[in-house]
Write a protein that binds this ligand. Structure first.
Ligand SMILES: [Cu+2]
Length: 131
């Protein structure tokens, strides 16, 4: 009797891990954001800072982020394109032509100061301090 009871318990335990994994998978799926941008790999737990471009300027001129954080650059103009880029060696990037209503997310992987500019409007400047 005792042996068969033990066997039953073992059988129940053996099925448990599978069920637990299923639960975790569903929870992760719910949290996942759908940005529609397949170019963004899911890396780290980096925060996303949103910066708006309106009236030919960034809504702020300086921001501090942690290495691994991302900045989402939004073009909130009515009818003006922007072209945000950076030549700073620690985080070089080029979003290229961004239409009104467009949005692009850039990951700042490396510590240091990253100077962000717009190729179309030389007065647009943003200093990102990556810590
Ligand atoms: Cu611009």
């Amino acid at each position: 009797m005792k042996i068969s009871e033990a066997a039953l318990i073992c059988a129940v335990l053996a099925t448990s891990p599978g069920m637990a994994q299923k639960g975790d998978g569903a929870a992760q799926k719910d949290k996942k954001e759908t940005t529609g941008k397949p170019t963004e790999p899911p890396s780290g737990t980096g925060k996303v800072h949103v910066i708006s471009q309106k009236d030919k300027k960034f809504n702020i001129d300086k921001i501090k982020v942690k290495a691994g954080d991302k900045i989402q650059f939004k073009n909130d103009e009515k009818d003006m394109t922007h072209n945000v880029f950076s030549l700073s060696p620690n985080n070089t990037f080029d979003i290229q032509v961004q239409e009104p209503g467009g949005s692009s997310t850039v990951e700042f992987k490396t510590k240091g100061v990253t100077e962000v500019e717009c190729a179309i409007h030389p007065n647009m400047k943003l200093k990102v301090e990556v810590e």
